[in-house]
Design a protein around this ligand. Structure first.
Ligand code: SF4
Length: 282
């Protein structure tokens, strides 16, 4: 029989919202990311979902933001997704019911489901079950990931995925460490694995003046990605300050408070570097 707590969780609705909503302490008893063991993935922690996104994969999509991330990107605009405790504990059944509600419209608009975060692979079992359900609803499926936990995406996991949006946050390992406090190598290994299996990928590179914009750092990403036939697009995302308020609200030290947005000239230079290397960049 379900415990009273579990029964209460099972009735919780997935909050519709925006990646720019601040979520805070919704599950104060949740474990830390590094101690999290999710079992069979019948429950997970989510920040919110957005309906109608046109930037997180092909067509019009539902984007589900899961909680938990082992990276600490200086430019993160969702630091309230780093800890599981800031998300809401939600049952797989509730997520799938929500998806089912939107599925006919998503199919009609040639869209689907993208699971983002946070880092989706912190909750590999939960997200795998959501992706499987989405496929059975006839939806196109994608995840957006840093690739840092790519080894958790088993071949079975990838079978339910039509594409991966892979953030390669820097090409120089030292810069990657400065940006994320983690190592670059696992992301590159995951990219190579996706390439070997021919899984469609969009690579994302966030362009931060003074942090990721060094020509050699960009060049390293471009040269790595260019030979990969499965990479359909490289998307250059200009840094912005829309997430700054979250760092302040959560009492976190925001190191980029004085960093300007990426200028159109800088964006053009970096797009040019990717195109010169042979990538489809936008
Ligand atoms: S990987 Fe994404 S969610 Fe995690 S810290 Fe970096 S930008 Fe934020």
């Amino acid at each position: 029989m379900a415990s009273p707590d579990t029964a209460a969780d099972a009735s919780t609705e997935l909050p519709e919202g925006s990646r720019y909503d601040l979520r805070h302490d919704l599950s104060p008893d949740a474990p830390e990311v590094e101690n999290y063991s999710e079992g069979d993935g019948a429950f997970g922690y989510a920040h919110s979902y957005e309906a109608g996104s046109s930037v997180d994969g092909p067509g019009v999509r539902i984007t589900l933001f899961l909680s938990g991330c082992p990276l600490q990107c200086q430019y993160c605009h969702n630091p309230d997704t780093w800890k599981l405790k800031h998300g809401i504990k939600i049952s797989l059944d509730r997520v799938v019911a929500r998806l089912g509600h939107f599925a006919p419209a998503l199919r009609a608009m040639k869209g689907g489901l993208t699971i983002s975060g946070g880092e989706v692979l912190v909750q590999a079992a939960f997200s795998q079950r959501i992706l499987r359900a989405a496929k059975s609803l006839g939806l196109h499926t994608a995840i957006q990931t840093s690739g840092f936990l790519g080894e958790r995406a088993t071949d079975e996991y990838l079978k339910n995925l039509d594409m991966v949006i892979l953030d390669i946050k820097s090409g120089d390992p030292e810069t990657y460490r400065r940006v994320t406090k983690q190592e670059l190598a696992p992301t590159l290994r995951f990219a190579e694995r996706l390439s070997a299996m021919g899984k469609p990928v969009w690579v994302r590179f966030t362009l931060v003046p003074g942090l990721t914009d060094d020509p050699a750092n960009v060049e390293a990403v471009a040269k790595f990605v260019a030979p990969m036939k499965n990479v359909e697009w490289v998307e250059v995302l200009p840094f912005h300050q829309l997430g700054a308020f979250k760092w302040n609200a959560l009492g976190m030290n925001y190191t980029l408070a004085n960093t300007p947005p990426a200028s159109p000239e800088l964006v053009e230079r970096v797009l040019g570097q990717f195109r010169d290397a042979g990538c489809n960049a936008r």
